[in-house]
Design a protein around this ligand. Sequence first.
Ligand code: NAP
Ligand code: 8YV
Length: 317
Amino acid sequence: MSKPDLLLVSPIHGPTQAQLDADYTVHRYWEAADKPALLAKLAPTCVAAATSGGAGIKAQVIRALPGLKIVACFGVGYDGVDLAACKERGIRVTNTPDVLNECVADTTWMLILATVRRAVFNDKYVRSGKWLGGSAPLTDKVWGETLGIVGLGRIGKAIARRAEGFGMQVVYHGRHRQPDVAYEYFADLKAMARAVKILVLILPGGKATENLVDAEVLAALGPQGYLINVSRGSNVDEAAVLKALQDKTIAGAGLDVFVDEPRVPEAFFALDNVVLQPHVGSGTVATRNAMGQLVVDNLAAFFAGRALLTEVPETRG
Ligand code: NAP
Ligand code: 8YV
């Protein structure tokens, strides 16, 4: 029996691609020299696509595949998917929630500690022999400070739980106050930025949250404050973050995500008050395998006519 076609829009986790290759005839969109010709060839038969949540799938690709019925995203965020185009056509979208919560929270804490306690600066201090000339400068502290979380969802709550071990006061901002949460809620992001030492972003990307952290929020965070972004680069005004670091109008930043990944503005490289990571929030072997398994299982459920495991709320019936 011939295997069903699957359009793989962007590269994803290697072992997951190998699993998909075993079960489907996979067409790698990003590698196709003639993309319109590939889509025209697949139009009569292709009902399924897989992609990373950030790269997603554009309306123009969706329109070219009239039989498309499912888009399986590798990633909990699916800001790259044109949801309006999917909803219009009744195309179902899945993502990979929950299985990555704890590793993304660990990464966030790695960035908080590395940024505030200057782990990268101090590593260079030892390697360059500067220690022989005297002790490294003292740093700010993490323990006992106030942590503001923008997006107290599945991952935000895992970050908050870890803060309890650091004796910190946790506060949060989102569109809604959560009645079952004891942490203080700020409806106003600027007011929260003024109140915290460390501001963590772990909310979805996309148009609704674009440039949420702008120059005004950074000014409110102030010269004693640290910004940690593990959400999406688009959630911050990247030029404003760079300027705030250069002018030291914020104390520092830990950044896992960028506007035009993997291209990072080189001006960041010259600064020792920022710690940079290559979008590795979920990047452990175990977590990426679990995310990949969800992609595989959602597609298998779809083709077997079973309920999808993790469909995004916007396309659920
Ligand atoms: P989630 O459970 O859906 O939580 C999202 C939170 O964001 C909710 O508390 C929501 O609260 C808040 N939110 C949504 N829209 C908002 C807005 N316009 N303004 C302020 N707050 C808003 O999602 P999750 O599973 O924790 O994942 C969160 C995000 O983390 C993902 O979408 C992805 O972008 C990012 N992520 C990054 C990595 C990485 O590798 N760096 C890994 C995984 C996830 P309200 O509804 O009350 O606003
Ligand atoms: C990426 C992420 O999926 O889950 C998300 O939303 O940002 C990450 O886990 C991962 O980098 C692969 O694209």
